[in-house]
Design a protein around this ligand. Structure first.
Ligand code: AMP
Ligand code: MG
Length: 332
């Protein structure tokens, strides 16, 4: 066994916390069956105790250990056969063995089966279900590279495993399958349409309007993923920026503009202050680059980040959700 994987699993078995890569974002993991260990996650992140964590399992066989699957088996089978391991979390009734701190007192638990080989190796070696939120201070942009974790939590966690750049770059889709009609609680790379096709039934898509009317629903905070630097969004395709006053602004496009130098000249900006999240508008690439670019810009000397909104289709719905919540802090 790889020495890093061994060290991480020993630390977890001993009640410690470790940073692990996943395909979505980096996670801060602890043994989900040990309430004292899970408490450390909340303390390190400054996360409020009413925000429940996701339980990570190695495969479907672990589901029965921790959740009541019986009533939902047809849905579970379809979802897991198609999408697991992968970036989709399902909500199920929890078994007694899961401490309340993991679920913020809810009788349901969110479960995911991650696809990153390092995370899977640690699950296997420790043989423990791992509670793991994103490895960032609560409310800040999620980390998609180990350097970003080290910059914010470096002095708080001893063992951090580097798994390279996260391939998805956005947190998992969260799907509640305990409702009469399954419902998306958080949009992600796996969309409501894709899920609906697999389940062969309707799925209630995530709706920003409804979410903002339910501020107490877990994790559906209007403000989240925030930069410290002011973030202002502009509509997809909009190319007129004279109304935005800022001494030093960065402009972020979804796709490389044909004429970045011309745009810079017109706006009287240095060309290096124009950024793009993909060359060709591929939204998977945008998602992968989003958080790392925001963090980079946040640490650079800008007073405003102007960012284009994505088209609201496919994974664009999830990208737009993260941007709206990141910008909410600056909307008065
Ligand atoms: P993260 O912040 O990426 O760790 O994701 C955790 C999120 O999962 C929470 O903020 C909630 O949105 C969601 N979640 C976890 N457990 C539950 C649950 N029992 N019911 C509904 N949503 C949950
Ligand atoms: Mg998070």
């Amino acid at each position: 066994m790889n020495a890093d994987v061994f060290a991480a699993s020993q630390e977890l078995k001993g009640g410690g916390v470790v940073v692990l890569p996943t395909e979505t974002v980096y996670g801060l993991a602890a043994n989900a069956l040990d309430a004292e260990a899970v408490k450390k996650i909340f303390a390190i992140k400054g996360r409020p105790l009413n925000d429940p964590l996701i339980l990570h399992v190695l495969d479907i066989s672990w589901l029965e250990r921790y959740t009541h699957v019986e009533k939902f088996l047809p849905r579970i089978e379809k979802i897991t056969e198609t999408f697991w391991p992968g970036p989709i979390t399902i909500i199920l009734p929890k078994k007694e063995i899961i401490p309340d701190i993991v679920t913020a007192g809810f009788s349901t638990v969110a479960v995911r089966c991650p696809d990153h080989p390092t995370f899977r190796a640690v699950l296997k070696a420790s043989n423990l279900p791992l509670a793991a939120p994103s490895a960032n201070p609560f409310g800040y942009v999620s980390p998609t590279r180990i350097g970003q974790v080290k910059a914010t939590l470096g002095d708080k966690v001893k063992i951090m495993l580097d798994g390279g750049e996260c391939s998805v770059g956005l947190e998992s889709t969260i799907l509640d399958i305990t409702c009469p009609t399954p419902r998306i609680l958080r949009p992600g790379a796996i969309t409501a349409d894709a899920i609906s096709k697999v389940l062969e039934e309707d799925v209630v898509d995530y709706d920003v309007q409804i979410v903002s009317q339910n501020p107490n629903a877990p994790g559906q905070l209007k403000q989240h993923y925030c930069t410290n630097t002011r973030l202002v969004l502009f509509e997809h395709g909009h190319r007129e920026f004279s109304q935005y006053f800022a001494k030093k602004k960065a402009i972020v496009f979804m796709q490389r503009p044909n004429n970045p130098d011309e745009i810079a000249k017109k706006l009287q900006l240095p060309a290096e202050d124009i950024f793009w999240l993909s060359y060709d508008g591929n939204l998977d690439v945008v998602a992968r680059n989003l958080f790392s670019t925001l963090q980079y810009l946040d640490s650079a000397q800008y007073d405003t980040i102007l960012c284009e909104r994505p088209p609201r289709e496919g994974i664009g719905i999830a990208i737009d959700d993260r941007l709206l919540r990141a910008a909410a802090k600056f909307n008065g």
